[in-house]
Design a protein around this ligand. Structure first.
Ligand SMILES: Cc1cc2nc3c(=O)[nH]c(=O)nc-3n(C[C@H](O)[C@H](O)[C@H](O)COP(=O)(O)OP(=O)(O)OC[C@H]3O[C@@H](n4cnc5c(N)ncnc54)[C@H](O)[C@@H]3O)c2cc1C
Length: 451
């Protein structure tokens, strides 16, 4: 067996590591000069940035496990924070430490076996009921919504959009704007009137309802290429594989007993191909293969959503009150203080997810809006020495209701598809990318058993 992986993003590198770890010969082809894809390190003005500020959650179990498998150390690589949604001066929700009696009841429940781990649902109910910036009836309403969703096992009979779900459960405008909308945009990168309620519930189920550590927010202290893809490449090479950078795949051809790949340096035969390129590239490579027409149609029907990150380098003494905090009804949806996260003092990042009026502004003007917001909200009077706007126009697929995402297994048994856009419970995230890569590797490993 020799497997080609097209694309050195999180999906492709997860697949490559899983295969190499099982002794299967693997070759990764990456078209760019560096690994990481949509989660990659970027250097600007001698400063280490990413193509966009990312956030991971404690429930990204497979991504965290893979980072450890290739030599990472989660506690050193990340700043771990308990879940906190803070819209500066407008709203604040924090996962509390349970008061002593509740904590003891929970410990007892674990000891007698009623419960396996500290459950987060009680913590989340307390968090909702004690949130600041909402009236008592709004807080009660939010808690009731979570309880109802829990009683339904976070499953809807029919998928609808998030606006409709919230309206059905009496979540008013204030509650929506301060809690559910920022949460939905952060999780699904899709505006609530277009977003799948079922996928949002999948995220709430896994992040808020299970173990307490699952809802933790993890902010990387190192860049996204160094965090996993580069370490993964070292791991693959150590296990006898190859990683070819700046080596894009131009064509794919099915053979009777394998697949043929064409790059600028020639044509090579493989027993299997895992295509982990972004959706537009995957569609282009698959289009000439008649048997894959349905898969190509599914990929073509996906729409995309942008994410903009504005990095600003202020003098080293400039800080924000928290490592991460949101703004209500501003251009900057979430602000990150890189000084607090990775020791890059004075470096701030403003993230603007999903479509919106910010897309109509020239980048210089957008940066000036963010600078004005930092001045008005936090009194940052200085001008930054530089700023850098990174606009990822096709950051993720638009996570709308009832999407038919292509399966990892295609009509050709030797060609598999990995990537955040392929079938799965989650929206486009690092975890969905990694999960898809692992699924493809599992299929190949199973086929080895019967070959
Ligand atoms: C700005 C931004 C912020 C984000 N924030 C978050 C976040 O906070 N949390 C989160 O979980 N997710 C976040 N995401 C989403 C996350 O980054 C993606 O879901 C994930 O990186 C997708 O990985 P992938 O491997 O599926 O695809 P990609 O990363 O797109 O990897 C595909 C790879 O294929 C390569 N390639 C393309 N063409 C070819 C070819 N012809 N031959 C060979 N290789 C090719 C590409 O260069 C790329 O390296 C964010 C995304 C962006 C853009």
């Amino acid at each position: 067996m020799n497997v080609a992986v097209i694309g050195g993003g999180y999906a492709g590198m997860a697949a490559a590591v899983a295969l190499a770890g099982r002794g299967i010969t693997v070759t990764v082809f990456e078209s760019a000069q560096q690994l990481g894809g949509r989660a990659r390190g970027v250097t600007y003005q001698d400063t280490q940035l990413d193509n966009g500020q990312h956030l991971m959650l404690g429930c990204y179990h497979q991504t965290l496990r893979m980072i450890e498998q290739v030599g990472g150390n989660i506690e050193q690589d990340f700043l771990r924070l308990p879940l906190q949604l803070d819209l500066h001066g407008e709203f604040s929700l924090k996962a509390p430490r349970l008061p002593a009696p509740l904590h003891l009841i929970e410990q007892l429940a674990i000891r007698v076996g009623w419960q396996k781990t500290p459950s987060n649902s009680l913590v989340m109910l307390v968090a909702l009921l004690t949130a600041q910036g909402l009236s008592f009836s709004e807080r009660l309403n939010a808690a009731r919504f979570m309880l109802t969703m829990r009683s339904m096992n976070f499953r809807l009979a029919n998928d609808i959009n998030v606006t409709e779900l919230l309206a059905q459960h009496g979540q008013d405008a204030e509650l929506t704007q301060k809690l559910w909308e920022p949460l939905c945009i952060a999780a699904l990168n899709t505006p609530i009137h277009k977003a799948s309620a079922q996928v949002l519930l999948n995220v709430l189920r896994d992040a808020l309802n299970r173990s307490r550590a699952d809802s933790d927010m993890l902010l990387p202290r190192i860049d996204f290429t160094a965090l996993f893809p580069q370490r993964a490449a070292n791991y693959v090479k150590l296990h006898g594989g190859k990683v070819c950078i700046a080596c894009g795949v131009e064509a794919l051809r099915p053979l009777e007993d394998g697949m043929e790949i064409t790059t600028a340096s020639g044509t090579t035969r493989f027993s299997h191909v895992i295509c982990a390129a972004p959706p537009a590239v995957a569609a282009k490579l698959l289009r000439p293969i008649a048997a894959l027409a349905e898969t190509v149609a599914q990929i073509d029907s996906l729409e995309h959503q942008p994410i903009y990150t504005v990095y600003l380098q202020y003098p080293a003494h400039v800080t924000l009150p928290n490592a991460m905090l949101g703004l209500h009804q501003r251009y900057s949806q979430w602000l990150f203080d890189k000084g607090r996260i990775s020791g890059q003092h004075g470096l701030l990042a403003a993230v603007i997810s999903a479509e919106g009026i910010h897309q109509e502004l020239p980048q210089e003007e957008l940066a000036q809006k963010v600078i004005a917001e930092l001045r008005e909200e936090f009194g940052v009077a200085e001008q930054p020495a530089w700023f850098k706007v990174i606009a990822e126009k096709r950051a993720t697929f638009c996570c709308s209701p009832n999407l038919h995402r292509p399966l990892q297994q295609t009509a050709l048994p030797r060609l598999l598809l990995a990537g955040d856009y392929t079938a799965g419970d989650y929206p486009a995230t690092l975890e969905s990318a990694v999960l898809s890569g692992l699924k493809c590797a599992d299929v190949v490993i199973m086929q080895r058993g019967i070959m």
